[in-house]
Design a protein around this ligand. Sequence first.
Ligand code: IPM
Ligand code: MG
Length: 403
Amino acid sequence: MAASLQLNFKPFKPQFTHSISAPNKFSTRIRCSAATPSKSYTVTLLPGDGIGPEVISVARNALQLIASIEGIEFKFKEMPMGGAALDLTGVPLPEETLSAAKDSDAVLLGAIGGYKWDNNEKHLKPETGLLQLREGLKVFANLRPATVLPQLVDASTLKREVAEGVDLMVVRELTGGIYFGKPRGFGTNENGQEIGFNTEVYATYEIDRIARVAFETARKRRGKLCSVDKANVLEASMLWRKRVMEIASEYPDVELSHMYVDNAAMQLVRNPKQFDTIVTNNIFGDILSDEASMITGSIGMLPSASLGESGPGLFEPIHGSAPDIAGQDKANPLATLLSAAMLLKYGLGEEKAAQRIEAAVLNTLDRGYRTGDIYSAGLKLVGCKEMGEEVLKSIDSKVTAIA
Ligand code: IPM
Ligand code: MG
């Protein structure tokens, strides 16, 4: 049965802000051997394409280890999705994959897509499978935190003084807007020229519910919400702004501001520390979250959670399938590990288990391990597998650090 969470979720309070790298005086204590699991969860794993299977395998091992420590049990169900599913079944999201996802407590996705399927017709693209999955699970709220870890400040392309201390959350609307709006398609214009068209459309209820998630999120963070739109041009954005202002009256303790998306894109690299929580539509959120990720040093670091009103959440790194490095053991598994942490926290309410993963990621970085995307001179360059093994060691050695 799916956890009936979701909008009561305990909003994201980055665990990264406290120091957990200090040596733990109890760390030599031997942990109790695996307790009988008190709770059992079904987790659907969708490794997908490219580096997806590599990073999912790391996350699976970490979850397994956490389970033995916490006395919980995971029943993993691995299902095909994206290009892998296309090759196997002819569709990017097979019916069995969607129903397994719906029947589980949480879904962890690697990445989808690759050159091989780039020229497929739209309904046979891996990306279409992902959109169908989001729609099928009704996960309209996509949380994408971008936190600059002290260990990785120098991996950012921005100057230290600009990047240091950035800790923001993009709340992206995920099941509406131009990604899903109708009419859409191809046609011919009055001059006989071929056209492609899409529709940016939002209904009141869609804006209201994402606004509430964003206000709740901001309230549990630093109390600042910036709504990003293009209300100087687009009707859908005009309604967006009107509704966000309306919902704001329910949250007098949250400071609301509005920003046009072009300005927001500029402000994100000019002075990202001005942002706490950002709420925006589907396509602006897609773009701004990639931009925000680079402030942190690498897109290979950023997790995400997609939540609905009920039913399982979908958790995935925000990076893509990186076909150029697939199968070469070069991928950074940390975004997927942190997505697994979000799964534990938001999807299953297993806060302590989530903290274990976050702590272990930080500890592994503290010990100098880096994949290529976050490497700088003098540190230990490792591949995906070894990074995963080091994180497991950190989980193991920190067993008693989290009471
Ligand atoms: C993302 C991705 C997807 C999106 C693609 C793969 C459909 O870019 O999750 O950000 O556009 O939402
Ligand atoms: Mg994207």
